[in-house]
Design a protein around this ligand. Structure first.
Ligand SMILES: C[S@@+](CC[C@H](N)C(=O)[O-])C[C@H]1O[C@@H](n2cnc3c(N)ncnc32)[C@H](O)[C@@H]1O
Length: 286
């Protein structure tokens, strides 16, 4: 890191940051998942970002739950016959290398050119468990992404889309437009995504918003409707898993959260209540 340079320089650096939490989980004897590639992928940049973050250890459980829940949905959909996974904003995710996946599964990673070039370099001697393709694309290029979705849709029978840690950086209009584009190809039947309540969004903006805004990656998306936000845009919530409840269930929740978890919970509108979840969405009519 050069003198005076911010730890997070741009949105892709958030991928190194996320990888640090996966690397730390892999070091635990009671790890809920193991990512043996995460340490190398996170690299020095990841460690530098981690070091500058406030309360980094206190929030580790939430990052771990997110990965754990996405793993759960990927494994479940593959078991139910998904023949393609499209990971939008894949960053430094190493699921094609670390999960037990059928060799015939097609896995497509989409992200910006620089981070994918870095990832390819780090993983150049590793072998994925399935058929892996990488697409360098700016997802804000609407025409280009529509063309990609149509092309992928023609090659799949039943595809699972993943957006892990992406939507929070988009505006409501941008998320709605992406949801509509994803609903177009017939084969795109399920979509796993993470979402936060307006209350949690405000807390995150207060904690880490300044650093992210400085890197032109402000935190924006925390819809009042909760997972129901997606219903008018082609997707209905099929399974909603609260990050906090999952942490309690897997015995990773801090004390305060364990106490709060006795309160009744809904997976719908949360308002000012700090709530984050990972949702499996089903295409309307699929
Ligand atoms: C927080 S990281 C999440 C990475 C990965 N999904 C994970 O959970 O570790 C956000 C990712 O979104 C990618 N991203 C953000 N905006 C993008 C865009 N317009 N097009 C493609 N990728 C984008 C970044 O490059 C980065 O890899």
């Amino acid at each position: 890191m050069r003198q005076g340079e911010p730890a997070i320089r741009n949105i892709s650096d958030t991928a190194n940051w996320a990888a640090v939490y996966r690397a730390r989980e892999a070091d635990r004897p009671d790890a809920l998942f193991r990512d043996p590639f995460a340490r190398r992928l996170a690299g020095a940049r990841g460690d530098q970002i981690f070091a500058t973050m406030p309360d980094k250890d206190r929030h580790a459980w939430a990052w771990v739950m997110r990965t754990y829940l996405f793993d759960h949905f990927v494994a479940g959909q593959v078991k139910e016959g998904a023949d393609m996974v499209v990971n939008l904003a894949a960053g430094l995710d190493a699921r094609p290398y670390r999960m037990a996946l059928p060799a015939s599964l097609r896995w497509i990673e989409v992200d910006l050119p620089e981070i994918l070039a870095y990832k390819e370099d780090v993983l150049r001697d590793e072998k994925p468990a399935c058929v892996l393709e990488r697409v360098r694309l700016d997802l804000s290029d609407v025409e280009a992404r529509r063309a990609l979705f149509e092309q992928l849709g023609r090659r799949a029978r039943k595809a699972l889309i993943i957006t892990e840690g992406l939507l929070i950086y988009l505006s409501e209009d941008e998320v709605a437009a992406l949801a509509r584009d994803l609903s177009s190809p017939g084969a795109f039947q399920r979509w796993a995504l993470d979402v936060v309540s307006p209350g949690l969004l405000r807390i995150l903006q207060k904690q880490i918003g300044t650093q992210l805004s400085r890197a032109s990656a402000p935190l924006k998306f925390g819809p009042g409707e909760g997972p129901g936000f997606f219903t008018p845009h082609g997707w209905r919530p099929s399974e909603v898993r609260s990050i906090a409840k999952t942490a309690v269930r897997t015995r990773r929740a801090p004390l305060l959260l364990r106490l709060l978890s006795f309160l009744p919970e809904s997976n719908d509108r949360q308002g000012s209540r700090p709530w984050g979840g990972v949702c499996l969405m089903a295409k309307q009519g699929a």
